[in-house]
Design a protein around this ligand. Sequence first.
Ligand code: GLC
Length: 636
Amino acid sequence: MDGHRFFQGIASQIEALDAYRSADLQARVHRYLDDLWVGLQAVYPQADPVAERVAQVIGQNLAQRPTDLQALDLERIHTPDWFLKPEVHGYIAYTDRFADTLQGVGAHIGYLKELGIRYLHLMPLLLPREGENDGGYAVADYRRVRPDLGSMDDLEALCTQLRREGISLCLDLVLNHVAREHPWAEAARRGDPKYRDYFYIYPDRTLPDQFERTLPEVFPDFAPGNFTWDDEVQGWVWTTFNSWQWDVNWSNPEVFLEYLDVILWLANKGIDVFRLDAIAFTWKRMGTHCQNQPEVHALTQALRAAVRIAAPAVAFKAEAIVAPEDLIAYLGTREHYGKVSELAYHNTLMVQIWSSLASRDTRLFTQALMRFPEKPASAGWTTYLRCHDDIGWAISDTDAALQGFSGAAHRRFLSDFYKGDFPGSFARGMHFQENPETGDRRTSGSAASLAGLEAALESGNPRLINLAIERILLAHAVFIGYGEGIPLIYMGDELGMLNDYDYAQEPAHQDDNRWLHRPKMDWARAERRKQEGTVEHRIFHGIKGLLQARARTHQLHATFSTKPLWQPNPHLLVLKRPHPEGTLVQVYNFSEQDQALPWETLRQEGIVQPYDHITQAPAPAYLRPFARLWLAQHQA
Ligand code: GLC
């Protein structure tokens, strides 16, 4: 693709392109056209006409980009690490569960700021299909807001309000599927051949059966199989998730152009980060499990390059809940290094925190981090303890074998433990999507209930309540202190909110127990954060203190990496953050007993007078149950 022609393609859509904007645009094209072109060519045999239309889509949207967002583009071009800074902390919530409406969210910005939040992920709020809609992940219109939450104008206003307060907004971009009621699917159902090609539709079971041989099932309980017969299209439609979520066909360049336009249109409303939902599934290949195919990364590279030209303020977050060796590709490996998503979920960290809390043993944790691939310096992980989804027990068989036990047995132990079935378990949770064929069992439950607070409160035993709170704070300290990206607090966890068993009363939710950990925000409970001695006060201020400590600890800038350290005590997790200002060594006690500080390890890292960055005081003489310390050599 000729750079000048591509530039002209964009410029022709923009009326008053003065010399400055023209030079700026040329620089962007010069920087990103190659990435775009390589990505497009890897997937589309006729890449040239596609690139021409990409230029047009970029031009049309760039022409509409509001001035304040263009200023933000400029600011972020000069601050490429804006999402890697240690003061950027995230919060995840459903709009209606947090504050009823988008305007309501605006009214609660003070609460988010009090906690130290700089990044807000509001879960699906675009118009979903009516009835069951997978918590909004079945989108019927990408350009309309769910009417009970507000309008597109409200969303735009909220973006502006958040931006003024220094908070960026992340929105889900569901790009693997649309609702059966989305206009593309409706047109396909009416028989329009153009739109039939937006989907995977097969006249009989021949190909679906061949694919099914190697395809796993995401929801074996309530949506078995990967294809759904549809009378209207007279065919089997590819539906990886629910029967009413139709997978779109990314091998069709029209689909690429549609999504690019949607992204840029929403970016012009002020969305900062797009969470690329279920991105691993977007390319299908016979004989594989149809996840993590190389084309997924080529497509993301092309999309991102186009977005960098049209709206450089925008970042991508890949939602790929896959094995570490596959996950790293979502931040870019080899030819895609640093050219795909800026952010991706660190699922392993989350699973290992829960695993070590249950076993009180950190060897598997250290082992898993030892083998975890290094990320590009320009990208970051989002680290978390809970989110709106279930926990899949992604324990690698290799890691388990290296520590001398069975991965399958440990996965079974974890699902039993977190259901509360294992003798001595402190947890209260539920099995999600038990699959008798594979033995796979995932877990639903809120962080606090899984960490023992629900059972402890019921027992009324102050010692158990105290341990549960300390356990919750330890778990938060690990992912907040991990330092390779944005830590995400899941709504309600900052107050220790428990499982919501009422979900079973709601017909649209009762079959999906992920609603167990999707409660409505309890604002009365939130008020108790102001009252010393309450559970809410301890957890809220504990987490807030960790976020404040993170913000002032330079070693936690995400361009630097985290190294696990082996040391002899199996109850301690020790992580190292090498940094020019002095190494930071984090020590976490995963047991209910006091432990000695790992002096030998600290000495080896040059720390003889350890100073704790969390409490801003010299390290204590020993580690209390669930203690967390971020230690550096004391600079007197
Ligand atoms: C993502 C979402 C999950 C949803 C699925 C299908 O994994 O996090 O909630 O069910 O995509 O859209």
